[in-house]
Design a protein around this ligand. Structure first.
Ligand SMILES: [Zn+2]
Length: 157
């Protein structure tokens, strides 16, 4: 077992000791997936074998683990508005790009996509938002919704 996998195994035990719940991994890039009071944090291994994090809560939890400090998983932690929205969208839609359907990874992180673009009068309400990889997000730009759906169909054909 590689050192980082062994470390992740100890992290899971530590997280459960702090009130978290270890969930099954959903891709080969994941080292640990922990449900906590505010959602789910994921520790990833990127292509270079380095550890990376789903959000600032994951980063802080890992730092606490490495420094042997407690990190209560059963109380809420602060994070940015964007992180909180990404987390809500992953819970609603799953951990994959709305357009190409590929799962997000540390090398392909989610970006927030406005279905009706701001330029065309769209707002920041969750009903108008979804998650897309950077590549698809850039490709659709501020196309209208019908064009975006066409692009999605093409990506998935
Ligand atoms: Zn995509």
């Amino acid at each position: 077992m590689s050192a980082v996998v062994e470390k992740a195994r100890r992290f899971k035990g530590w997280a459960e000791g702090n009130g978290g719940e270890a969930l099954p991994l959903t891709s080969e890039y994941e080292l640990a997936r922990i449900k906590h009071a505010d959602g789910t944090l994921v520790i990833y291994r990127n292509k270079k074998g380095h550890v990376s994090f789903s959000d600032s809560i994951a980063r802080k939890a890992w730092a606490a683990f490495m420094e042997n400090r407690p990190f209560p998983m059963n109380k809420r932690h602060k994070r940015t508005k964007t992180e909180a929205m990404v987390s809500r969208l992953i819970e609603r839609d799953g951990n994959a790009c709305f357009f190409c359907g590929k799962p997000f990874t540390p090398d392909m992180p989610p970006t927030i996509e406005h279905l009706l673009s701001i330029a065309k009068g769209g707002n920041n309400q969750i009903a108008n938002l979804t998650l897309a990889c950077e590549c698809c997000n850039r490709a659709v730009g501020s196309d209208d919704v019908a064009e975006k759906i066409k692009f999605r169909d093409k990506q998935r054909a």
